[in-house]
Design a binder for this molecule. Structure first.
Ligand code: ATP
Length: 237
């Protein structure tokens, strides 16, 4: 098992966002967490990245190591977990190439960086054409590609994706998911959160369903897609 989460609780002041959730991700898998607005999807990813604190009693192991002992920067540089946040958070004044190389600041394998940069440009030719363009002037879809590229540059073990489909036109969405499939085939495990349940389950092998901070359903994508309650709640009947 790559990631094991037990009894994960997160609060923002008096607001309890996660009420003690359990889930696992195996090496090489693509797993999705599905849920409506405010269900706690982003919070789950932020807890793994250590960008928000987990409440006492929460347990998270990554490759047998206690994730809660690592600070956010070490989660990326030591453990190889990278996050593609909702809203992308790129450096708008820096170029595409600068955004990508900045993500590697903590890496020890300097000699591989150039190779990885070429890999990102091969996966996303649109970025290659825009190497010297400032990130702020990229289209929304191109910014999303750059955010994924940046995550690939910073850590390769586990990629956490927050709504990768958001704001993308259908054609770009296909490009994005094709690229993510290649990234997964090359050995990066993927955990993504999505509101678009159908899309997420087409892409992932397994899914968890989050409602109001609780996991209410889990299973293989093919099983969830046929579950009558799930269909009614998340697939429009
Ligand atoms: P969406 O699909 O709308 O992005 P989500 O499933 O990702 O939703 P979260 O962003 O994890 O949901 O939010 C879970 C709950 O925690 C929500 O009720 C939200 O209002 C609350 N919350 C999130 N961030 C904060 C914060 N910084 N301060 C206070 N409450 C927060």
């Amino acid at each position: 098992m790559l990631l094991n989460v037990e009894n994960l609780r997160v609060s923002y002041g008096a607001i309890k966002a996660l009420h003690g959730i359990d889930f696992q991700v195996d090496e090489g898998e693509i797993v999705c967490i599905i849920g409506a607005n405010g269900a706690g999807k982003s919070t789950t990813l932020r807890a793994i990245s250590r960008l928000v604190n987990a409440d006492a009693g929460s347990k998270m192991d990554f490759m047998g190591k206690d994730l809660l002992k690592y600070q956010a920067d070490k989660v990326v540089s030591v453990l190889g977990i990278s996050q593609v946040p909702e809203g992308r958070r790129l450096f708008g004044n820096l170029t595409v190439t600068e955004n990508l190389t900045l993500a590697t600041f903590a890496r020890k394998d300097r000699e591989k960086i150039e190779q990885d940069l070429e890999r990102v440009f091969a996966l996303f030719p649109r970025l290659a054409e825009r190497k010297w363009q400032k990130a702020a002037t990229l289209s929304g879809g191109e910014q999303q590609m750059l955010a994924v590229g940046r995550a690939l540059m910073s850590g390769r073990k586990l990629m956490l994706l927050d709504e990768p489909s958001m704001g993308l036109a259908p054609k770009l969405m296909m490009t994005m998911f094709d690229a993510l499939k290649v990234i997964n085939d090359e050995g990066t495990t993927i955990l993504l959160v999505e509101q678009n349940a159908r899309l997420a389950l087409k892409f992932a092998q397994r899914g968890y369903v989050l409602e109001n901070g609780n996991l209410v359903l889990e299973g293989k994508s093919s099983v969830l897609l046929e579950d009558p309650n799930f269909k009614k709640a998340y697939l429009g009947g």
